[in-house]
Ligand binder design. Structure first.
Ligand code: ADP
Ligand code: MG
Length: 322
């Protein structure tokens, strides 16, 4: 029902950045290699995510807006099983219940189908033409839920949240090209050539990219690899530290604290390093035990994992000074 969708939307859709995150996940699930995100006024007026993924046929395009219409096979042992269960097939109907949504998709290239929704109601279905892939337009977010609308922050704040989401997705998926445009200005574009270094270059600039050190290590349970900035290159916030667990962006205070401790005295007070670190492990070692959309995780062998992180970073800097 409409109400159920709006209640679900309360969980999934907090602000433009949460819409972008859900749409990006769908594009990635559809095996897109190129994704363009275009927002107007921080996403409050309009959000558009365009991909070159598998697309949908007519039937699936219409079904995509009914609850629990997910086409995805879920594995219960999946790291994000809890998250998937919670939001299974709910993102599109939830978003459509609090905005004007138009979905244009083609599974074959050429003939495309367009489904338009407003406030959860089907407005129109039409045919048009498009290459293989999917476009989702989300206009006037929260137009019918004034209480939510009121909580939207200044445009610059919403833009930085969107940039954060797209940036971290790009760090998690170096083989996919991500472009972010705001009010017709390109904020960044990653090449999608599989190289983490090139993603960081696109996001943080040439100066930072030049100062990155690759790290790599593994033990019985964990593998870690990625790029960390030399201690001379710091930022005033922790938001340049990204953890990617089995291909998904996550938050973990213990891991971040371990990273900071490994830099130790090398960091000036109030300054933080830049790092993008991928961790791989058996999904059984991960517990997604807090609010699913926050992506906070708990590791069952946390101490061991933190030790590996600390060792590999200390070693990287020890080599530097030789
Ligand atoms: P979920 O992702 O949990 O399956 P969603 O509401 O996010 O649920 O999406 C519903 C369905 O719509 C998906 O299962 C998928 O089949 C289809 N879909 C959504 N976005 C895309 C896309 N960009 N490309 C192809 N299919 C999509
Ligand atoms: Mg989804």
């Amino acid at each position: 029902s409409q109400l159920a969708n709006q209640i679900a939307a309360g969980e999934v859709v907090e602000r433009p950045a949460s819409v972008v995150k859900e749409l990006l996940e769908n594009s990635i699930d559809a095996k897109a290699t190129k994704i363009v995100v275009t927002i107007v006024d921080g996403g409050t007026s309009s959000i558009r995510v365009s991909d070159n993924g598998l697309g949908m046929d007519r039937e699936d395009a219409v079904l995509a807006f009914s609850r629990h219409a997910t086409s995805k096979i879920r594995y219960s042992r999946d790291l994000f099983a809890i998250r998937s269960l919670g939001f299974r097939g709910e993102a599109l109907p939830s978003i459509a219940s609090v905005a004007e949504v138009s979905l244009t998709t083609s599974a074959t290239s050429g003939l495309a189908i367009r489904v338009q929704m407003a406030g959860g109601d089907l407005v129109n279905i039409s045919e048009c033409s498009r290459g293989q892939g999917t476009d989702v337009h989300v206009d006037r977010l929260f137009y019918n839920t004034p209480a939510r609308l009121k909580y939207l922050k200044m445009v610059t704040t919403e833009v930085s949240h969107v940039a954060d989401v797209v940036g971290r997705m790009a760090l998690a998926h170096p083989a996919i090209s991500f472009t972010l445009l705001h009010n017709k200005k390109e904020l960044f574009r990653t090449p999608g050539d599989g190289k983490l270094l090139h993603v960081m270059h696109a996001l943080y600039g040439k100066q930072v990219a030049r100062q990155l050190t690759p790290i790599e290590a593994e033990d019985l349970d964990f593998r870690i690899y990625g790029l960390i900035a030399k201690p001379e290159v710091t930022r005033a916030s922790r938001s340049y530290i990204t953890w990617i667990l089995n291909g998904r962006f996550v938050r973990s205070l213990p891991l971040t604290q371990t990273l900071l401790r490994a830099y130790d005295t090398l960091l000036p007070i109030g300054r933080y390093p830049i790092a993008a670190l991928h961790l791989e492990m058996d999904p059984k070692l991960v517990d997604v035990n807090v609010h699913p959309s926050k992506l906070e995780i708990r590791l069952s062998k946390e101490k061991e994992c933190c030790r590996l992180v600390q060792d590999v970073i200390r070693q990287a800097f020890a080599k530097e000074t030789l």
